[in-house]
Design a protein around this ligand. Structure first.
Ligand code: SAH
Length: 471
């Protein structure tokens, strides 16, 4: 096998998150975004011992479990999902296998209680947030709005039929796209750094149905002279253009309740939703979601679990894992809007949340007050640094770090507290197992673990583990 070769075979298994494994001439080839059992024709794109990679040229035969009908029309062009063609049970089987293999690589099978993968209460239309990008489907094509094309940095697939969000998202997407298409408004070209439309950010609370829409653009308005009003009569100002868009969104018949329409300016070179300045065009710049009987105010730029019903399962699981918290001081590290801290506050002596994003800390404080909780406090700062300054010592620790896991400098500090029980919630099992190696060396045994499928149809998995200090 060498680079440029064409190989054929059956995908044996898929490693987290989307690495299909094909054996060619006795050698392992990683082929991304494939499904176990698929017969594929593959172009070898990289040839290095143990690290060879290939790209699917053609799926010669579907996997036996793949559905023929009812599959999302954007699959497989859209880069959002990888398992749209699989029944939900099959997705769960694949993910459970992946997570077990990763955990067993640190704590051997039988040394802890594996409690399985809990399904998402809503397998379809479960997301409460989507960040759509403006662009074109092919170079020079019509304005598109949706997800990145699978494997592409530039091409955008218009996803008006997306199955993992409520139809309200699709209605807002379609109306926004039509509005700007009719007015020939240019999208921001990442390579050239010119243009206007960047992202459409939609959040819709599952429990309350409240919807917040945010249009992210650059501050470039040089193209405005060419933009005509719908009748083509006169030139529009930026204010008029945005006002017209707001009206179009407000006029939509939605099942949920539109509570805010925002405009955010972002001139950064990176392809991320960043807040340089946000203006409220209609309503307010926050919305409410409810989880486990608590109410949370969510602002556009603070983290909130994207699957609300799944988050309830996740947090219930974490609460049961941490066990008895009565008379205990609990640290909720990487606390976001303080969801976990507030859930624990009702059954603990005191909870201290630590979170980097100040906006999230402010929201957490406000939420705790709104929920009538007096025994939880929140500190804004980097976990690694705050740990050095804290006077208080925890009895128990809850950890929910971002995808990269716990910073190598922060982890020994967490171990040094020597608490009896730590619950680690992880959204990236490969980062989790890297950190587990260090917890193991630091004298912690993983006594039980399970996963929650917060991200049906995609490769994502959320894992919860209980670590106990060996005496
Ligand atoms: N526990 C929360 C948030 C988890 S997401 C929930 O369930 O909703 C991880 C959070 O860690 C994010 O809010 C992110 O802003 C925060 N974060 C990232 N790096 C951090 C650091 N070094 N110190 C503190 N918080 C950090």
């Amino acid at each position: 096998m060498k680079k440029g070769d064409i190989a054929e075979g059956i995908i044996e298994r898929v490693e987290f998150p989307n690495k299909g494994i094909l054996t060619v001439d006795g050698e392992r080839l990683v082929v991304k975004n494939t499904i176990p059992g698929q017969t594929v024709r593959v172009l070898v794109t990289k040839r290095r011992k143990g690290k060879s990679e290939g790209r699917v040229v053609e799926v010669l035969k579907k996997a036996p479990q793949e559905r023929e009908e009812g599959v999302c029309p954007h699959f497989t062009r859209c880069g959002g999902c990888i398992y749209q063609s699989l029944p939900y049970e099959e997705q769960l089987n694949i993910k459970e296998g992946q997570i077990k293999e990763l955990l067993f690589s640190v704590y051997p099978e039988g040394s802890f209680l594996w409690q399985g993968l809990k399904p998402s209460p809503l397998p379809d239309r479960y997301r409460n947030k989507m960040e759509f990008s403006f662009g074109d489907e092919v170079k020079g094509g019509d304005l598109a709005l949706g997800m990145h094309r699978r494997g592409s940095f530039y091409d955008i697939v218009t996803t008006t039929d997306c199955r993992i969000v409520h139809q309200d998202f699709c209605r807002i997407l379609e109306a926004t796209l039509t509005y700007f298409q009719r007015r020939n408004v240019p999208f921001y070209q990442k390579l050239l750094h010119i243009g206007y439309l960047r992202h459409l950010f939609v959040r819709r609370a599952v429990k309350t149905g409240e919807i917040l829409v945010d249009l992210v653009t650059t501050t470039q308005t040089g193209w405005m002279e060419e933009v005509k009003s719908e009748k083509g009569e006169s030139n529009l100002t930026e204010e008029e253009l945005l006002d017209g868009w707001k009206e179009a969104v407000c006029a939509l018949e939605l099942e949920g309740k539109l509570v805010g329409v925002l405009h955010t300016q972002n001139d950064s070179l990176a392809d991320v939703v960043q807040n340089d300045r946000t203006e409220v065009l209609y309503g307010q710049d926050y919305f409410f979601e409810e989880l486990l009987g608590l109410r949370f105010k969510i602002t556009p730029f603070s983290f909130f679990q994207t699957n609300s019903a799944g988050a309830e399962v996740l947090y219930e699981t974490a609460r049961s894992y941490i066990g008895d918290t009565k008379d205990k001081v609990v640290f909720d590290l990487y606390s976001g809007t303080g969801t976990i801290a507030q859930m624990l506050a009702a059954v603990a002596k005191q909870v201290v949340g630590v979170e980097l994003v100040e906006e999230a800390v402010e929201a957490a404080k406000e939420n705790a007050a709104g929920n009538g909780l007096k025994n939880c406090s929140f500190i804004a700062g980097d976990v690694g640094k705050v740990m050095d300054e804290l006077e208080e010592k925890p009895d128990l620790i809850m950890l929910d770090p971002p995808r990269d896991g716990i910073h190598p400098k922060a982890l020994p500090k967490i171990i040094r507290f020597g608490v009896e029980r730590i619950v680690y919630i992880s959204c990236k099992p490969t980062s989790l197992v890297r950190d587990l190696v260090l917890f193991k060396e630091g004298g912690y045994q993983m006594t039980k673990a399970c996963a929650v499928d917060m991200f049906p149809y995609t490769g994502g998995i959320e894992t919860v583990v209980l670590l106990k200090q060996l005496k």
